[in-house]
Design a protein. Structure first.
Length: 359
């Protein structure tokens, strides 16, 4: 008796999307990489709905590769994830590829689809729907405030360098808060009639600006502190982790930590995985210069704190340097250990098994 196997007549659809600010361009292929069609959508909720309907009309939608799901493609990525559609992050084409084959939106979208089909996509994008996204955007605002405050203070110092002698001598030897308060205490004329009065108005304005930015930065830092302590208490309990470093590491991992399969992937993401630098009889590893440099900086800050105050870390440094390791090599090892500890601290707590009571 002959047996028959039912084969679906619908092709398995893989879509690549080249994203822009106002619109996106999609390119669909089947399981063999053959073109099924292209689609241009507006970057809006209505455009996302139309895109999903178009993709489903071509066959069985398997996955979508998006170029820039953390930037222009963030809205589309969130919509697709909410619909239960598998999304993969795709890097932009290399300069060598563009120099050889040219540049167009449809070609970039086709390249994204080909990368997903070949298994060369970067991985699952961040969902950006929880505490990690909250602290990320708060850190963006805080960084802007801190930079603006630094510029205002530098401008204030520059004006004092060229200020008239009377004003310069009055404020000599004062720095930071004492200088700001002294500038605010200066009498401000209604209408400046001399360079001295104009400089007085200027430095008072800059001092007031510094104070305002200090208060704004403190308010944002309070929000970051509260969110990290509530959403990631185990991370905050790690030795050397403060609110800012916790926020940085939470942002690096994202709100869907399951997108990284293990702590080795997190170490690679943070740029602390060992990179072999062996030659001949020399067998060694060096620091990684890739990955998320902001997360790498956060791990470095934790390490610096531990080298100053954490005795087990200090003992490890002394022991490995006595074995002939350089300080950079030992720091590379310590960063790797810290990354492992941070990764496990960021994982959601295991669900406890329900206990059945007796009556």
């Amino acid at each position: 008796m002959e047996s028959t196997i039912a084969v679906s007549s619908q092709p398995q659809v893989t879509v690549g999307v080249d994203t822009h600010k106002q619109f996106h361009v999609a390119h669909a292929v089947d399981g063999l990489g053959r073109r099924l069609g292209s689609y241009r959508l507006v970057a809006s909720s209505a455009g996302y709905v139309g895109f999903v309907a178009w993709a489903h009309s071509l066959g069985q939608l398997v996955r979508v590769g998006i170029e820039g799901p953390g930037h222009y493609g963030a809205g589309l990525a969130r919509h697709l994830l909410a619909e239960g559609i598998a999304v993969r992050e795709v890097s932009r084409p290399s300069r060598q590829h563009r120099a050889r084959y040219g540049k167009s939106d449809d070609a970039d979208a086709a390249g994204a689809a080909a990368a997903v089909l070949a298994g060369e996509a970067l991985g699952e994008p961040k969902t950006a729907d929880g505490a990690a996204e909250m602290v990320r955007v708060l850190r963006v605002a805080r960084t802007s405030v801190v930079r603006a405050r630094a510029k205002a203070y530098v401008a204030l110092q520059s004006l004092l360098v060229t200020a008239p002698a009377v004003l310069r001598e009055q404020l000599a030897g004062l720095y930071k808060d004492r200088l700001l308060q002294a500038c605010l205490n200066l009498a401000e004329p209604d209408i400046p009639t001399t360079p001295t009065e104009a400089i007085t108005i200027s430095i008072r304005s800059l001092a007031a600006r510094c104070r305002e930015l200090d208060a704004e930065a403190a308010r944002l830092e309070h929000h970051i502190d509260t969110i990290t302590a509530t959403a990631a208490p185990r991370l905050r309990a790690v030795y050397g982790v403060g609110p800012d470093t916790a926020a940085t590491l939470m942002s690096a991992l994202g709100d869907n930590p399951a997108r990284l399969p293990n702590e080795a992937a997190f170490a690679k993401l943070c740029g602390v995985c060992p990179v072999e630098a062996s030659s001949g009889k020399t067998i060694r590893h060096r620091l990684n210069r890739g990955g998320d440099r902001d997360a790498n900086r956060a791990l470095h800050v934790i390490l610096v704190v531990r080298l100053r105050r954490h005795q087990p870390t200090r003992d490890y440094m002394a022991r490995r340097t006595a074995e002939g390791k350089s300080k950079n090599e030992v720091m590379r090892c310590l960063k790797r250990y810290i990354a492992r500890e941070v990764f496990h601290a960021l994982q959601p707590p295991p669900t406890s098994a329900k206990t059945l009571g007796t009556t």
